[in-house]
Write a new protein. Structure first.
Length: 435
């Protein structure tokens, strides 16, 4: 048994026993009250699932196993030629709750290198699609096509016992994470680079190789990919893509099918498209104003015109956060160090000064601050990755770290089939004595 799997087995076995004992003793206790607004408003805020890998605090932002993003940047292992953390180290932390050593993070990197071969039929399937098929559609289909290699599906068909579900899920998780950058880069090169694909480099880490296979061998871009894949990796379990993966996996669908479900949620305009919507909004603004160095007053007027047209300012506001998103701040720190003279990142910083006071003035916006999507597109565009429809695929490669780690926990803890109770409007009216 490999060292990470062994540590995960020990941790999950102990927690499973603790949960079982607590349920037996205190299972009838109430955690929360559900309001009519929550029932009719997308179940927002209802405490209804266990998600070990991260927790979102309205004031402090996302914490991965208790560590904030600034702490991750300080404590996670990094490459000798890069200040940014290795996503491999974050995966280790999310899976077992312990900060890895440099050696352990590099073990994950080497392990994923061994597992990254993609079945030939996946490439054949992708090549059979029209080249203008949306990259997220191709990404979802590729994940689904790789399901032919599912360890879980094979072992389940052979009669695998419940106590081994976690093991097969771990194997599928490690294989899928190893392959996702390869598949994503293939899709990118197929659509925008005439199918001129680039082979992986065995001297590079997971994120560095992703940058290389995309065609970006700039050292700073590799650093950006390490940061990007780290800060987008997880965001509690209640967001649409994470929750979808959890729901699908609760049926004992394997990791491939579960994560394909996650990605269909991420592809929705209300979830994973925000990063491209931000940069499109900025480009439309500069075109309308006739300048890519607008004044704060010009930006304020355009923001107000957008609001007057009953449209939102993309990249601003968040369902949970009530302070600026720490993931936005992490990207700003990166941009200030590497690309402080970039045209579009400077506009992003101007918007940070201009937009919040305007939104506050409306009197009904709970969070007027920028979220993670407000910055990412401008940085990617600076480095030449201006194919906006691919941004959600980048997001998807990163989010797999947290979702798949959590799927391992769900199967190790024996989490049941998810089955919330639905109600009719007539029954709700009866419960509330509404005539």
């Amino acid at each position: 048994m490999d060292p990470l799997k062994k540590l995960f087995f020990e941790k999950s076995t102990a927690l499973k026993a603790e949960i079982k004992a607590t349920l037996k003793e205190r299972g009838a206790e109430k955690l929360d009250e559900v309001t009519l607004a929550q029932t009719l408003g997308g179940m927002r805020g209802v405490k209804s699932m266990l998600w070990e890998t991260s927790k979102l605090d309205p004031e402090e932002g996302i914490r991965f196993r208790g560590y904030s993003i600034p702490q991750l940047k300080e404590k996670l292992p990094s490459r000798s030629d890069c200040k940014e953390p290795m996503p491999e180290g974050l995966f280790w932390l999310m899976l077992v709750g312990e900060l890895p050593t440099q050696e352990q993070a590099e073990w994950v990197s080497d392990e994923w290198e061994k597992r990254r071969d993609v079945p030939e039929h996946v490439y054949n399937m992708l090549n059979a699609l029209p080249s203008d098929t949306h990259p997220m559609t191709q990404f979802i289909l590729a994940i689904t096509a790789m399901q032919t290699d599912s360890v879980f599906a094979k072992r389940y068909a052979e009669g695998m016992g419940k106590n081994d579900y976690w093991d097969a899920t771990y194997e599928d998780t490690m294989n899928l994470l190893a392959r996702l950058p390869v598949v994503a880069a293939f899709i990118y090169r197929r659509i925008w680079k005439d199918g001129d694909t680039i082979n992986a480099n065995n001297d590079l880490d997971w994120a560095g190789n992703f940058a290389h296979m995309l065609g970006y061998d700039d050292k700073d871009f590799s650093s950006l990919m390490r940061l990007y894949l780290t800060i987008h990796a997880d965001h509690e379990g209640g967001n649409a893509s994470a929750h979808t993966g959890h729901l699908v996996n609760s049926t004992l669908a394997d990791v491939y099918l579960s994560y394909a479900g996650s990605m269909t949620s991420l592809a929705g305009p209300l979830h994973g498209l925000a990063n491209q919507e931000v940069i499109k909004w900025i480009l439309e603004m500069t075109k309308k104003l006739g300048t890519d160095t607008p004044t704060n007053e010009q930006i304020a007027d355009y923001v107000q015109a957008t609001l007057d047209a009953r449209k939102v300012i993309p990249g601003y506001g968040h369902a949970v956060l009530r302070e600026p998103d720490p993931r936005f701040t992490a990207q700003r720190i990166f941009a200030e160090e590497y690309i402080k003279d970039s045209t579009y990142t400077n506009i992003v910083w101007q918007m940070f000064e201009v937009v919040p006071p305007i939104l506050k003035g409306l009197g009904k916006v709970k969070n007027p601050w920028p979220n993670v999507d407000a910055h990412s597109g401008a940085i990617l565009m600076h480095y030449g990755l201006d194919q906006f429809s691919f941004y959600t695929v980048l997001f998807g490669v990163s989010r797999a770290l947290g979702v798949c780690a959590s799927l391992c926990w769900s199967r190790a803890l024996g989490m049941p089939l998810e089955r919330p109770k639905s109600v009719t409007w007539e029954s709700l009216k009866a419960d509330l004595n509404i005539s």
